[in-house]
Design a binder for this molecule. Structure first.
Ligand code: KIV
Ligand code: NA
Length: 275
C-alpha cells in the first residue's frame, strides 16, 4: 500500500506536474477517486450536492465530520482535506483551532481548508503554528455569497489587486496551498507565478498548479447549477434516470423480478448454491 500524501508533499509539487484534486463525500466515491487523485476534498459543497441546501451556509461541523469519516474509510494515497463550515472558524483563532482539531481527531484528516484571505491570515498562522495544516480558498468564496450578493467572478479589473493580496496573505501565514475560485484567467496565472505555494484552480487557469472540481458536477450527477467552469466528463444523472424508469416499467408490467431473481423451495446442495 502506497504511503498517503502529506501537506508537505503537496506543497513540494509547486511548479511540477499538476495536482489532480476532486471532492468526495462518501466511501464509494472516495474509492473511485483514490487511485487518480493527489488531493481529495470533503467540501462543504456537500450541503448543496447531497443535502439539498440552497447554499453552503447551513452546513454544520457534525455534517463535515460524518462525511469526513466516510471518505477516510475509502482513501489510501491522496491527501484528505476537510472544509471548515460557515461559522466554525471566523470568530477567531481559538475557535478555529478548537473546531479544526475536532475535525482532525474525529476524522483522521491531516489538513483543513477555510475560506478567506487577509481577514483569515492571523487564524491561518495560529493553526499552522500549532500542528494544523491549512489549505486556503480565495476569489469567489461561496460562504460569502450574501456579502458578494451572488456567485459572480471575483477580481476583475482593479479588484484583482484585492484577490492578489489575499493570496499573498494566506501564503505568508503558512497555508500549504490555496484554492483560486472563479477569478479571471490572467489573474490566476499571475498569482500562480508569484506564489511559492501551489494554487489549485476552479474556474481559474490551466496555469494553476492543480485543478479541482466537485465530483458530482463533473460526473453529471448534480444539475441544479451549471457553472461555465464545470466540464461534464460523464452524464451519470441521465444514465441513472433511464435505469430507474426502466425498473418502474418492469415492476408495473410484472417483468421484474424474473426467474433468475427469485428463490426455489429447495436449498441447492451443490457449490454455487443460492444465498
Ligand atoms: O466545497 C467545495 O467543494 C470546494 C471546492 C469547490 C474547492 O470548496
Ligand atoms: Na467549500
Amino acid at each position: 500500500q502506497a504511503k498517503a500524501l502529506t501537506p508537505p508533499d503537496i506543497a513540494a509539487r509547486k511548479g511540477k506536474t499538476p495536482l489532480v484534486c476532486l471532492t468526495a463525500y462518501t466511501t464509494p466515491i472516495a474509492r473511485l477517486v483514490d487511485p487518480h487523485c493527489d488531493v481529495v476534498l470533503v467540501g462543504d459543497s456537500v450541503g448543496m450536492v447531497l443535502h439539498g441546501l440552497p447554499s453552503t451556509l447551513g452546513v454544520t461541523l457534525e455534517m463535515m465530520i460524518m462525511h469526513g469519516q466516510a471518505v477516510r474509510r475509502g482513501l489510501e494515497r491522496p491527501l484528505m482535506v476537510i472544509d471548515m463550515p460557515f461559522g466554525s472558524y471566523e470568530e477567531g483563532p481559538e475557535q478555529a483551532f478548537r473546531n479544526a482539531a475536532r475535525v482532525m481527531t474525529e476524522t483522521g484528516s491531516a489538513a483543513v481548508k477555510l475560506e478567506g484571505g487577509e481577514a483569515m491570515a492571523e487564524t491561518i498562522r495560529f493553526l499552522t503554528g500549532r500542528g494544523i495544516p491549512v489549505m486556503a480558498h480565495v476569489g469567489l468564496t461561496p460562504q460569502a455569497v450574501n456579502a458578494f450578493g451572488g456567485y459572480r467572478v471575483q477580481g476583475r479589473g482593479e479588484d484583482g489587486e484585492r484577490i492578489r493580496r489575499d493570496a499573498i496573505a494566506v501564503a505568508e501565514a503558512g497555508a500549504f496551498g490555496v484554492v483560486l475560485e472563479k477569478v479571471p484567467e490572467p489573474l490566476a496565472r499571475r498569482i500562480t507565478e508569484e506564489l511559492l505555494m501551489p494554487t489549485i484552480g476552479i474556474g481559474a487557469s490551466p496555469a494553476c498548479d492543480g485543478q479541482i472540481l466537485v465530483v458530482d458536477d463533473m460526473l453529471g450527477l448534480f444539475g441544479e447549477f451549471r457553472p461555465k467552469f464545470v466540464k461534464r466528463y460523464a452524464e451519470l444523472g441521465e444514465t441513472a434516470s433511464l435505469a430507474i424508469g426502466t425498473y418502474a416499467q418492469e415492476v408495473r408490467a410484472r417483468r421484474f423480478p424474473a426467474a433468475e431473481h427469485v428463490f426455489g423451495d429447495e436449498p441447492k446442495t451443490l457449490s454455487g448454491g443460492e444465498a
